[in-house]
Design a protein around this ligand. Structure first.
Ligand code: DIG
Ligand code: MN
Ligand code: MN
Length: 388
């Protein structure tokens, strides 16, 4: 049994906006004082995080004077040096300023679309300055409240044009940087384009440089769409496109709750950790979440520690599941193969097709087999409940 202390190799990261969330919601103002980026880095150092991520304006407020920006960056750099915290990912805030009220890259106003490209290029420069290797795009305002306002085909083309331009910017600058696209079905817009990780994977395939672009799936966002998050992540992994991941939790059928990792759906969190660890996922484990509005900064630290502890406990449970003799015997039985069908799989041939069309099958005998999934799932639940 480990003591669940986070280690650098876990690559646990938090955004400045997560532990720096001051508790505003649509029905109430702040409940915590705003901390500086440097102080948030120190808080993350105290709880044992590996890295910190930021939107451009989390670090440098949008209208700050250049001299103040330099002072903020200096303080931030000092805190990074002091704590050893690194910056694996950066992103652009293309959703807070009123100019983005109707989107950024998909806005109907070409001035907004052009400004969004300028802001993103500057934000990419800032992220690279602090060592970011992954750049996330979350198009929070790229959507509509009514489809009378925008041709959805045109919106896709505008999104693609922006992505292609920015991929070429990164290539032109010779930055060692990859893009990770983050989907969300709605909120703050009534509907957001490229609403799930699956949509993003399809969109990436249409870009000029798809090799530079992957996905950043978020638990809460796929749950908002009523989807099995583990299956979406598995599809991204299998396609070699899981460049980053936003871990948190979310009750189905709710607004974006961004709860502490594992706070709601422990079983799906377990299967997610098992998938990531079994597949030796090696990028950041980013907790894009925030503490309850009820908390002070000690509670924020409890939140951050809880995210990391729950991940490490579930990582240990996954190893236990993989080593459990009764479970593994069942898994072997479920996947038993007498080799008799082997000649029909793999690459197609007309001989295979001809032979398979002649192959007799005793459907009722095959269907009569009991698969023991109830037993396997109960054993899984008992691993999670700590009684095995
Ligand atoms: C929200 O889930 C989004 C923004 O916070 C940010 O752009 C992205 C980075 O993880 N997640
Ligand atoms: Mn979210
Ligand atoms: Mn996110």
């Amino acid at each position: 049994m480990s003591d669940y202390t986070p280690q650098p190799e876990n690559k646990f990261t938090f955004g400045l906006w997560t532990v720096g969330n001051i508790g505003r919601d649509p029905f109430g103002g702040p409940v915590r004082e705003q901390k500086t980026p440097a102080d948030l880095v120190r808080l993350l150092g105290e709880v044992g995080a590996y890295g910190v991520n930021f939107h451009d304006n989390d670090l440098i407020p949008i209208d700050v004077m250049p001299s103040e920006a330099e002072a903020i960056k200096k303080d931030f750099r000092e805190a990074l040096d002091e704590t050893g915290i690194v910056v694996p990912m950066a992103t652009t805030n293309l959703f807070s300023d009123p100019i983005f009220k109707d989107g950024a890259f998909t806005s109907n106003d070409p001035k907004v679309r052009a400004y969004a490209l300028q802001k993103t290029m500057n934000a990419i420069d800032l992220g690279v300055e602090f060592g970011a290797k992954i750049y996330v795009f979350w198009g929070g305002r790229e959507g509509t409240e009514t489809d009378s306002t925008k041709n959805p085909v045109e919106a896709i083309k505008r999104n693609r044009e922006a992505m292609n331009f920015l991929c070429d910017y990164v290539r032109d600058q010779k930055y060692d940087l990859k893009f990770a696209l983050e989907a969300k079905p709605n909120e703050p817009r009534g509907d957001i384009y490229n609403s799930t990780t699956g949509h993003m994977l399809a969109f990436i395939a249409t870009l000029d440089h798809p090799e530079m672009v992957g996905v950043n799936p978020e638990v809460a966002h796929e749950h908002m769409a009523g989807l099995n998050f583990v299956h979406g992540v598995a599809q991204a992994l299998e396609a070699g496109k899981l460049f980053h991941i936003d871990l948190n939790d979310q009750a189905f059928g709710r607004y974006d709750q961004d709860f502490r990792f594992g706070a709601v759906n422990l079983k799906s969190a377990f299967f997610l950790v098992k998938l990531l660890e079994d597949n030796k996922y090696d990028s950041s484990r980013h907790f894009d979440a925030h503490a309850y509005r009820t908390e002070d900064y000690e509670g924020v630290k409890d939140f951050a520690r809880g995210c990391m502890r729950t991940y490490l406990i579930l990582k240990e449970k996954a190893a236990q599941w993989n080593a459990d003799k009764e479970i593994q015997a069942l898994v072997a039985e479920i996947n038993a193969d007498d080799g008799s069908m082997g000649g029909y799989f793999g690459k197609y041939s007309s001989e295979k097709a001809k032979a398979l069309k002649a192959q007799p099958f005793d459907r009722s005998a095959i269907a009569a087999r009991g698969l023991q999934y109830e037993r396997l799932d109960q054993l899984t639940v008992e691993v999670l409940l700590g009684v095995r």
